[in-house]
Ligand binder design. Structure first.
Ligand code: ZN
Length: 240
C-alpha cells in the first residue's frame, strides 16, 4: 500500500488540492490525516469536508479541538481569538461535532498516528529535539509513529541512541523505531513555502517527503478577503 500522510492542512484549500493531485499522480492508495485541518487559512469548511469524504483515518489537532469547543479558553491573544471565532462561524454544528469526535491517536495497519506526542497527547507538547523524541519513543509500540504539530518535517531514529536522520527518501529497517514528522500541507515552517506531506510505501519499506508547489497568491488573497490577520497571509510565502 501507498499511504499519503497529510499533516496540518490549516484550511489551506489551494495547498490541499495540490497535494491530493500529487498523491494521485504518485499512485497513492490511501490517505491519512494528522490533524489541524482548520485554523489560519480561509477554507476550514471545504477542507473538513474533503477529509470527511476521503473517509480516511484521522486524528485530532489542537486547532480542531479549540474550534470545536463551545467556549474560547481565556488568555488567547486577540488575533488568535479573532481567527478562531471566524473559523467557528464558517462551520455548521455537524462539522464541529465531527472535529470534536476525532480521536487523539490511532493505530493504522502497523504504524501509529498522533498529532503532537505519544507521551502526553492532550498537552500538545512539541517534539523539537532528540530529547523530546526520546520521551515519545518510550510510549511507541509500533516501528513507525507519524506526528505533525511543529510544521517542520523531520525524522528521528532510535538505534541505541536517538538521532535525527534525513527524510527525503527514508528506507525503513523493520528492526528499528522511527518517529517521523510529516511537515505541514497548509503552513510549512521550515523556510520552504511549498506544501509538505509524506508517502509511506509499505511494500518498498520507505517513507518519502514530497514538496508541492501550489497557488500561493490565491491562498493569500482569500485570507485577506476573509478579514483574517494579514500576518497569516505573509507568513505563507516565507514558509515560517
Ligand atoms: Zn498546526
Amino acid at each position: 500500500m501507498r499511504f499519503a500522510i497529510l499533516g496540518d492542512i490549516h484550511a489551506n484549500l489551494h495547498a490541499l488540492h495540490a497535494v491530493l493531485a500529487d498523491a494521485t499522480e504518485q499512485e497513492v492508495t490511501q490517505h491519512i490525516c494528522m490533524g489541524d485541518i482548520v485554523g489560519y487559512c480561509a477554507y476550514p469548511k471545504e477542507c473538513v469536508n474533503i477529509i470527511r469524504e476521503l473517509d480516511c483515518p484521522a486524528v485530532r489537532g489542537n486547532h480542531d479541538e479549540q474550534v470545536s469547543k463551545e467556549i474560547t479558553q481565556a488568555g488567547l491573544n486577540p488575533l488568535a481569538e479573532k481567527a478562531l471565532n471566524w473559523t467557528r462561524d464558517q462551520l455548521n454544528p455537524d462539522e464541529m461535532q465531527w472535529l470534536r469526535e476525532l480521536r487523539m491517536q490511532r493505530l493504522v495497519r502497523d504504524f501509529t498516528i498522533v498529532h503532537a506526542t505519544l507521551d502526553t497527547p492532550h498537552k500538545w507538547g512539541y517534539v523539537n529535539t532528540e530529547l523530546d523524541a526520546a520521551a515519545n519513543f518510550s510510549y511507541q509500540r509500533t516501528g513507525i509513529c507519524f506526528i505533525g504539530h511543529t510544521h517542520v518535517p523531520v525524522a528521528y531514529m532510535k538505534e541505541g541512541d536517538f538521532r535525527t536522520i534525513p527524510l527525503d527518501i527514508l528506507p525503513i529497517d523493520p528492526n528499528q523505531k522511527y518517529l517521523i514528522n510529516v511537515g505541514s500541507v497548509g503552513q510549512p515552517r521550515d523556510l520552504d513555502w511549498r506544501a509538505a506531506y509524506c508517502i509511506y510505501d509499505t511494500e518498498r519499506h520507505e517513507v518519502e517527503l514530497r514538496r508541492v508547489e501550489y497557488d500561493l497568491r490565491s491562498a493569500q488573497a482569500a485570507i485577506l478577503a476573509a478579514g483574517l490577520p494579514e500576518k497569516l497571509a505573509t507568513r505563507l510565502e516565507k514558509g515560517r
